[in-house]
Ligand binder design. Structure first.
Ligand code: SER
Length: 259
């Protein structure tokens, strides 16, 4: 139901529903296993491939047990990391950008007609600016900040973070850009360290990233340099297992209907 609702929401917003691609990526020597929903659209972001749609939505089967986005060391130790998971995503190939991506995300997760998640449990992060490659500086993401404020998120719940948290790239090379994450407060019971009064930013397991909105703008080349993509684009990824835990009122995937 949750997977279907996500896809229906974006189909209703003009997105083409596309099937999950194979876990073994086609024609991509940079990647052993599919690690994100955007993999099958890599060449579309790069402008090397044209599709007959400029908006897509998928529920992508992913493996993160090696390579750049390796979660293996955390599996079994946290409630939120898995070797295999499904990533729900919406994509814009040079169509809409930050404003609509943020408005769609907020509507889907908070509207009582859709996921109806309690706003008082949500936090968002945005890119604070950094040296994104040697000698290349990117400033703080003011546009994302303004859009979050416009949809009604109080400034006190918007946190700025650096490259590690708020700049996403598929691999050492390829499409990348600043990102904005939505986190959910699972409550004290979810803290691996038994924290009862920690605040957002603590990485004890209480605050869980449920959705990452990537503002795809660059292609990182093998020298590390960032070159602009033909058109600014959107790549988002929501963890089906994590949002299912939220909607079922439990703190881990192992307690949801999925397992
Ligand atoms: N590609 C981004 C991620 O994997 C968003 O889908 O987090």
């Amino acid at each position: 139901e949750i997977r279907r609702k996500f896809l229906d929401f974006f189909v209703q917003k003009g997105h083409k529903e596309v099937h999950s691609s194979s876990l073994v990526p086609a024609n991509d020597p940079t990647l052993l296993f599919t690690n994100a929903g955007m993999n099958q659209f890599k060449d579309v972001f790069l402008g090397l491939e044209k599709r007959d749609y400029s908006r897509a939505t998928t529920s992508q089967k992913c493996v993160r047990a090696g390579g750049k986005h390796n979660d293996l060391e955390n599996v079994g130790f946290t409630n939120r990391h898995h070797t295999f998971f499904e990533m729900l995503g919406n994509f814009s190939f040079g169509d809409y950008f930050k404003k609509d991506a943020i408005a769609y995300a907020w509507e889907l997760i908070t509207s009582p007609e859709w996921f109806g998640i309690d706003k008082s449990k949500l936090y968002v992060t945005i890119f604070k600016g950094a040296e994104v490659s040697p000698g290349q500086l990117l400033g703080s993401d003011r546009e994302a900040l303004v859009q979050w404020v416009n949809v009604g998120v109080p400034q006190s719940r918007i946190h700025q973070m650096g490259m590690q948290d708020n700049f996403w790239q598929m691999g050492d090379t390829g499409p990348c850009g600043p990102c904005s994450e939505i986190h959910y407060d699972m409550g004290a019971a979810a803290s691996d360290q038994g924290h009862t009064d920690c605040t957002f930013g603590c990485d004890c397991g209480r605050y869980v990233e449920i959705w990452n909105l990537v503002f795809m703008q660059f292609d990182r080349d093998s020298s590390g340099k960032l070159n602009p993509l033909p058109k600014p684009s959107i790549d988002t990824g929501m963890g089906l297992e994590r949002v299912t835990a939220v909607l079922q009122g439990v703190i881990s995937k192992y307690e949801t209907d999925l397992v």
